[in-house]
Design a protein around this ligand. Structure first.
Ligand code: FDM
Length: 214
């Protein structure tokens, strides 16, 4: 047979504090991938449509109370629920653009600064989930974040807390992270996103396996 296995899709994650421009960049990247005729899907965590997601949504909307530990595990469960589908999509050659992943879970929970929730404790429930090929971290200065303002009424949406979250993101940087200056214009940021994603797509031709979170 002349049939060839298609290369697997790329697993691309966007991370950053609230209002850093992730949603805009995800949408722009999707347009870029579609223009290249690539099979691609946009995902986001938390996925608020599942049972765990509905509880998370109620928690974020401050409709229910839950312990910090409990909600941390719920966010991780919300990712584990999607693990097999995620692997199947990538294996079928679909690229996944994912708005937030385990790094958000770890950053937002550890930013609470509780002594029951060390960085190690926060990392544990997501360990061995598929690891992304590329993390695009949108770095927004404290001044620019304040200037953007307009935080909604959801939990976590205060400038002080967001600063702590940013610190906890910084502590998670690794080899697949690329930090982008999100104070630049959306088009400038998108140009860098495109370059990084195109580079990542090229490297995928050389291997088919997917590493796991450690
Ligand atoms: N968040 C998101 C967490 O606290 N833990 C997680 O694991 C994830 C994925 O939930 F405040 C927080 C981050 C943010 C909120 O908001 C989700 P958006 O606007 O849907 O990204």
């Amino acid at each position: 047979s002349t049939e060839q296995t298609p290369p697997r899709g790329a697993f691309i994650v966007f991370e950053g504090v609230d209002r850093c421009g992730k949603t805009t960049q995800c949408n722009k990247l999707m347009e870029h991938l579609k223009a290249k005729d690539l099979s691609a899907e946009l995902w986001r965590f938390p996925d608020r449509s599942t049972e765990s997601g509905k509880r998370i949504n109620a928690y974020l909307a401050k409709e229910v109370e839950m312990s910090d530990e409990e909600v941390h595990l719920l966010f991780a469960q919300n990712r584990w629920e999607k693990r097999q589908t995620l692997l199947d999509k990538l294996a079928a050659g679909t690229t996944l653009v994912v708005d937030r992943y385990a790094y958000s879970g770890i950053a937002y929970s550890s930013a609470k600064g509780k002594d029951t929730m060390s960085l190690e404790w926060c990392k544990a429930p997501d360990q061995t989930l598929p690891a992304p090929d590329l993390v695009l971290y949108l770095e927004v200065s404290a001044e620019a974040a304040k200037a953007r303002g307009g935080f909604g009424g959801e939990r976590y949406e205060t400038a002080d807390f967001q600063e702590k979250v940013a610190e906890m993101f910084e502590q998670q940087k690794n080899a697949v992270w690329v930090s982008l200056d999100a104070d630049d214009s959306p088009d400038e940021v998108h140009d860098r996103v495109k370059a990084e994603v195109d580079r990542t797509l090229t490297t995928l031709k050389d291997f088919t396996w997917l590493p796991v979170l450690r």
